[in-house]
Ligand binder design. Structure first.
Ligand SMILES: [Zn+2]
Length: 164
């Protein structure tokens, strides 16, 4: 293609780099995670992107772990997918869907009460905790075989807390 092809490639590459910096890159959750939490499939997941930086600036940090815009969730680290964080962000997706004024209300709550006491944050944490109580995360890794060394014995709390 010669020089023109190289130039087009350079321009394309540059736009791609700028695109990733702005909007992150799209990625899919591992199958095991979606099998455990099918509700997470309703979200468009992206890694990186400017919204994380903007969220960080608002909180006086370099970045935030996750930020939700409509049905899209931007995560700072797509290599460490904690179900608690994913479910928390899913709750924000639902808050967006429920109320078009959500971004404004969220900002107002944060200004008035501070980020940790923002009622949308508390609601998202409560949602994640509820789902995790019903369906605790399973260890993602090789299937358990006969060579598995030990098994954790779960003593029922009622029994262990009973006075002797
Ligand atoms: Zn949140």
């Amino acid at each position: 293609m010669g020089r023109a092809g190289t130039f087009v490639e350079l321009v394309n590459g540059t736009f791609q780099t700028i695109g990733i910096a702005l909007f992150g890159r799209r990625f899919a959750l591992p199958d095991a995670l979606v099998a455990r939490y099918p509700e997470l499939a309703a979200v468009r997941w992206r890694a990186g992107g400017l919204p994380l930086r903007i969220g960080g600036w608002c909180l006086g940090r370099r970045t935030v772990a996750g930020i939700t815009l409509g049905r899209t969730v931007f995560l700072a680290n797509a290599d460490a997918l904690a179900p608690a964080l994913l479910l928390h962000e899913l709750a924000h997706v639902e808050q967006f869907a429920r109320d078009r004024a959500f971004p404004l209300r969220y900002a107002w709550e944060s200004l008035r009460r501070g980020y940790p006491r923002n009622r949308y944050e508390l609601e998202a944490d409560a949602f994640a905790a509820r789902v995790l109580a019903e369906r605790p995360p399973t260890r993602v890794g090789p299937p358990a075989g006969p060579s598995r060394p030990t098994r954790v014995v779960d003593v029922p709390r009622a029994a262990s807390e009973r006075p002797i």
